[in-house]
Ligand binder design. Structure first.
Ligand code: ATP
Length: 305
């Protein structure tokens, strides 16, 4: 929406349907092969003209989000202003619907939304490719937050190709009452695999085939996350959450990215409701959401929440 009140961009959370992690690189990052999938849990970022670049945050975990230049949405606006030679400021207001430090790329989503919103507000007119190039400078997950859908990520996850994927899927998202730092989970993964020689990461053929077929049962059986043992080692209650979902008939379940959010695949919308009731009743999770995927990436919306 473009009014005096500003431009609002809605941006989805991501889950990794497959996350295959290679060994640590010289630069400290890990080589990945991943399948990103955008689901219908959203942050809204509203950009309004201002003298400086500032941010405010609202939502259930707003107090966990920094409001200075360490907020990645502010860094996105600063980067675009510098590269496009824009002298203006902007005020960014973030309404968080994506869990913070949940392994769903909430910060990356806000960076993508800020790029799209400021590009429109300042009339820079970057293409999607231009936005994705800037996005990759901000973080490995940011380009995917710009694009959305279902995509294969390689490198650190920033090199994207669209995935051949059919159908709409129904997800149940189990939120934990705490966060896990991505860096700590990678360190635990390296510790657990210290004596292993790791092959070049590759998305398993089985998962690619399941995506092409659109069959939720095949997809559920092919979900894979190399980071899951490390997340469960740091937060053992995640194993219980995974069991509850599977016992309640989920087609598949896995820790999302570095966790601690756990996602389950349901047969359909009704099954998703049954799963969310079972997870809520188990008392193992802070909250449960239902979501659809794939959904588009960061886009300007008419109706801010
Ligand atoms: P990923 O899945 O990309 O590994 P995540 O979803 O686990 O990330 P985020 O929600 O992106 O984690 O937050 C990670 C940390 O980044 C937070 O603890 C917070 O301090 C910081 N941060 C900076 N900017 C933001 C933002 N706009 N929203 C959320 N967190 C932010």
């Amino acid at each position: 929406m473009t009014t005096q009140a500003g431009i609002t961009v809605r941006v989805p959370a991501k889950v990794n349907l497959g996350l295959v992690v290679g060994g640590p690189r010289r630069d400290g990052y890990h080589e990945l092969a991943t399948v990103f999938h955008a689901i219908s849990l959203y942050d809204d970022v509203t950009a309004t003209p201002a003298d400086e670049i500032t941010v405010t945050v609202e939502g259930s975990q707003a107090e966990d989000v920094p409001t200075g230049t360490d907020n990645i949405a502010v860094r996105a606006a600063l980067l675009l202003a510098e590269r496009a030679g824009v002298p203006d400021g902007v005020h960014l207001h973030i309404r968080k619907g994506i869990p913070v430090a949940g392994g769903m790329a909430g910060g990356s989503a806000d960076a993508a939304a800020a790029l799209v919103a400021c590009d429109a507000l300042w009339r820079v007119g970057l293409s999607r490719d231009g936005l994705c190039e800037l996005a990759a400078e901000l973080g490995a997950d940011v380009p995917f937050s710009v694009l959305g859908g279902t995509a294969i990520g390689t490198g650190r996850g920033e090199r994207l190709t669209a995935a051949l994927a059919r159908g709409e899927h129904h997800w149940v998202v189990a939120l934990a009452g705490y966060g896990l730092s991505t860096a700590t989970v990678y360190a635990e993964l390296d510790r657990l695999r210290a004596d292993r020689v790791l092959p070049v990461p590759r998305v398993p053929d089985r998962l690619m085939k399941a995506l092409r077929s659109g069959d939720p049962a095949a997809l559920g059986a092919s979900l894979v996350n190399d980071m899951q043992p490390a997340a469960c080692s740091l937060a053992p209650s995640l194993r219980r959450t995974l069991h509850v979902g599977r016992d309640a008939g989920a087609l598949g379940g896995l820790v999302s990215g570095s966790g601690p959010t756990v996602v389950f695949l349901a047969r359909d919308a009704e099954h998703a409701l049954d799963l969310s009731v079972a997870l809520t009743a188990s008392g193992t999770v802070r909250d449960v959401r239902r979501a659809r995927g794939p959904v588009p990436g960061a886009r300007i919306v008419d109706q801010p929440r």
